[in-house]
Design a binder for this molecule. Structure first.
Ligand code: KIV
Length: 272
């Protein structure tokens, strides 16, 4: 008897092949079972259990407060809803920057409890020892460069990164370092499109952009933003595919009206 329920179709190798044949990679965030199930059924390639959960699920201003146990809770919920796509869990702030052993222990805890496929970390040379150690334990790692929300207190602002040559050169050398260390993909956030294109061309591994232009190997968005649930956040790179805020508020308003007017429940909606 096999203990394997089902082999997921999207693996890190599949993503590498997609880049080789020029097929763009689609990635969205999700944080819970029901949404992940829909996103997976719709055919997404990668679900990122992003630490943006700190903002969109918990209402924090930054991604810094979310804890390892909270990320594990979200990761576990997402994995239960998925049968096909690759699931990547963000390592939260403070769980991998200290030293590589701490990073390894955090990554192992995420993988053991959530059953996700990979983890994501922000940073280049500063975290490279942690990246190497996690990968040496057989855990696939996705990098994240450009605007790194966990470093917001260093930047002080969410403006476009790496516009100046010095920062662009550091980004390119960090991307090379991450590839050499064995990362299977890198997210580039909010950088000039020309720089995104250059990194995607130079590196063999897939480069997934969020505000990094159209010449990278794939795109990622926060699902609450692209579905129009969050309303106050409108960066240039965000395309809204729905107005769920309007739909949800409309439906809830309708329900309230029906309850108040005694229209709900009707005869068919109650038991004899
Ligand atoms: O946490 C997140 O949602 C992310 C994406 C913006 C890439 O890291």
């Amino acid at each position: 008897m096999s203990v394997h329920k089902e082999i997921r179709r999207v693996t890190t190798h599949v993503l590498a092949e997609m880049k080789q044949r020029g097929e763009k990679i689609s990635m969205l965030t999700s944080y819970d079972y029901s949404m992940a199930k829909l996103v997976d059924q719709a055919g997404i390639d990668i679900i990122l259990v992003g630490d943006s959960a700190s903002n969109v699920m918990a209402g924090n201003e930054t991604t810094l407060p979310i804890t390892l146990d909270q990320m594990i809770y979200h990761g576990k919920s997402v994995v239960r809803g998925v049968t096909r796509c690759l699931v990547v869990v963000d390592m939260p702030f403070g769980t991998y920057q200290g030293n590589s052993l701490e990073a390894l222990n955090s990554a192992i805890k995420i993988m053991k409890i959530t059953h996700a496929d990979a983890v994501k970390v922000e940073g280049g040379s500063e975290v490279i020892e942690s990246v190497r150690r996690i990968i040496s334990a057989g855990i696939p790692v996705m990098g994240h460069l450009g605007l790194m929300p966990q470093s917001i207190n260093k930047y002080g602002t969410y403006v476009v990164r790496a516009k100046e040559e010095e920062e662009a050169n550091k980004l390119i050398s960090d991307a090379r370092l991450l590839e050499e260390a064995g990362c299977f993909a890198i997210v580039l956030e909010k950088i000039p499109a020309s720089l995104g294109a250059r990194v995607a061309k130079e590196l063999k591994i897939p480069i997934i952009g969020i505000g990094a232009g159209g010449e990278v190997d794939g795109q990622v968005l926060v699902i609450h933003d692209m579905l129009g649930i969050t309303q106050e956040f409108s960066p240039r790179f965000l395309r809204r595919y729905a107005d769920l805020a309007g739909i949800i508020k409309g439906a809830v308003g309708h329900y309230i009206q029906d309850v108040k007017s005694r229209d709900f429940p009707n005869q068919k909606e109650q038991y004899e």
